[in-house]
Design a protein around this ligand. Sequence first.
Ligand code: PRP
Length: 222
Amino acid sequence: MRYLTIALSKGRLTDLSIELLEEAGIDCSELKKNTRKLILTDEKNRIRFFLAKPSDVPTYVEYGAADIGIVGRDTLLEEGRNLYEVLDLGFSACKMCVAGPKELDGNMDSLTITRVATKYPEIAKEYFRHKRRESVEIIKLNGSVELAPLVGLSEVIVDLVETGRTLKENGLVILDVIADISARMIVNRVSMKMESERISRIIKNLRSCIEKRNEMKAGINI
Ligand code: PRP
């Protein structure tokens, strides 16, 4: 039996992805070892894993170098790759938002925005050019995007908001929500056909873990 290859996103999503895969019966012990090896395996299930930069995960999956990937929906929207998004894994939930200074709250429609700073130029372009039909200059940054309106680089930003703490502590507010974001399972289009039985089983197991987690959450909230 050939190995199924799973590409995991390096960073925030790594530990949460491993936790869910283990709940679904996939042995990630090699992955959890502090090793410099790039490809790790679960021999029993004939699965191998590698960690990649989140924005590269959809690329590996589109080209079939990985059969399966785990990545944030933000990355999928930004990269626009040709693959199947099969499952909302439920963790790392946040929102892709337009944010800016408090003074703009409620005034966005009457305001002329000229510059938008973001780590997500494609998402920002789609939103401003196609949804709002505004011609704006998109400025690509690589982090600490909230700084841009504070120092006059742009009027607003497009960025992820999780707890809202970064915005609040910098006097910024959400002006519009573009999309709900969370971790997703993605599958290569050919693998989905060629390995449909094994991949469907993984999807089914993951789905039942997610349902159990949701039931537990609902139970706690009663
Ligand atoms: C992310 C995001 C926001 C912040 C939102 O940044 O880009 O800046 O987290 O989280 P909050 O709503 O809980 O405050 P990250 O920490 O990945 O760092 P970066 O700004 O350097 O990209």
